[in-house]
Design a protein around this ligand. Sequence first.
Ligand code: SF4
Ligand code: SF4
Length: 620
Amino acid sequence: MSATQPAQQDQRQFISGNEAVAQAARDAGCSVASAYPGTPSTEILEFIAAYPQVYTEWSINEKVSLEVAIGASLAGSRALCAMKHVGVNVASDALMTQTLIGAVGGLVLVVADDVGLSSSQNEQDSRYWGRFAHLPILEPSDAQETYAMTRLAFALSEQYEVPVIVRLTTRICHVKGVVTSSPAETYEPKGFTKDPARLVMVPGNAKKRIPLMMARDQVLRQVSEDHPLNYTENGSDQSVGFVTSGAAYFHVKEAYPEAPVLKLGFSHPAPIEKIRAFSTSVDKLVVVEEVEPLLETELRAADVNVYGKDILPRIGELSPSVLAPCISKLMGTPCKDELIPVEELFPRPPTLCVACPHLGIYYCLSHIKNTIISGDIGCYTLGAGHPWNALDTTISMGASLSVAMGIDKGRSEADKNKNVLAVIGDSTFMHMGMQGLLDITYNKGNVTVLLLDNRAVGMTGGQNAPSSGLDIHGEATMQVDFRKLCEALGVKSERIHEVNPYELPTLFKALRSETKVKEPSVIITNQPCVLTERYSQLPPLKVDDDKCTGCSNCLDVGCPAILVTRRETVIKPNGKEKELAFVNIDTAACTGCDLCTNTCAPDAIVPAFNVDKINAIEVK
Ligand code: SF4
Ligand code: SF4
């Protein structure tokens, strides 16, 4: 999906950090850009895709994505790969060897950390990867710096033959700022040079590269010590000084404008001696870094006296209102009045979309007894929540199948008669789930797999994938045939069913029959994500108040268009109390998917308008 407009060159623009990365890549003469969608980094590739001079692709996972960028770099072109923090876990196998080979054309890895877990299964600090893989890290604090540092990253990568990490956080990815671009450059690819001793990482060759990597570390540390991206801002009050990087820099400036600050843009390798010298100019030095105490630990090891996570929180985003009380406590001064914590928003549980094709699946799963259900990462992780409460585990991308396999093989006597189900989306299946299915068939597991094919990466906004038959530009390409793919991975043809997830009786029937069979089976659902153009809306429905009994069965579907209007407690003939929930349907939101009518015994859910009215609406 690429609905973005290319940014003009040499202009002041009000753009986000993600847009700034895209524009910097274009202006740096980057030839190849790849990514797997993941919040908060998704838009980077969508924006780059708008520039026809850059080859862009949605890769099937982050390892493949990085390997594509590595290949382009080895061919002598400038290449960029973008991913969210958990993506680096997937890409790390390639990353940890590529660091030995190094870059030829500039190779930039943009990693966006979801600090505060707005849309992730964990909170990781990607700065660890720079230390683990011996790579330099640039940490911009706003969109302008993101533009400048992304361009610089290509040059550094070539100069020191090393992949360079540009570390963003959600705030930097999505917050807009004024960015002035500099003239674009034309980068001529250097071409591929055969050099097996460098490019073929068998042990004998790899061993020889390790000392070179260590020597590179020393050079990069000196570059960092001298680099203008690591600079001091003098303050008027020397009682407390700060060393900081990324989004935390602005929090420090807002809370303590009068304090001296050492800002790190080239944050790894850390300029330890520069920080040591700075520490002698202030009474107390505080390291302000989001998530992990990485710099703090390095400074303590180098015998620099600092405060850090002993006074600041280690979890979630920092802000001026988080910093102020911690620093006041350290300094023994009263907390500034104006820094009052922002009022918490009213809690709003995440839910699936109106008419989402996954609603029917989770409705069925919530009514199935005696079953252990292994979930995965995607929109459908929401099946763990109200009203379905259907998932028993969710670990990482693609893990549902292999975890289900482990549950099948490791279950105790008490669980012997339970069904084991794995639920996975189409994009996640291609990302990392296919191997799990192969493991199940090869090792004779007894798992029923629900492959929820909505033909998009739904979680991140409906991006194209091999299941959609469209590429990143929306142009036609191959479309994966999941039936054939599952067959090729060892599932018997008769054990593969394709069902419409809006037809609940068919779904229930497929689930009942396949969970009885003691061999691998796959149920593929075949309706598109409601956020994509492939989804066709039908005339909306409404509730006939005279027929509605308040049974609340339709609420179990979990469609957000169904709203409770009135609750009533009645006494049943057996003397027990029963709560009734009378409902209506938000006709402006309802897409007429007909799913809820499956659950309404008195047929109280009916067309909202007569045909003439619908035609009148369409004509309008
Ligand atoms: S299922 Fe039908 S009768 Fe029951 S609450 Fe919903 S609309 Fe009313
Ligand atoms: S028909 Fe029912 S389930 Fe489908 S969108 Fe409308 S209210 Fe939701």
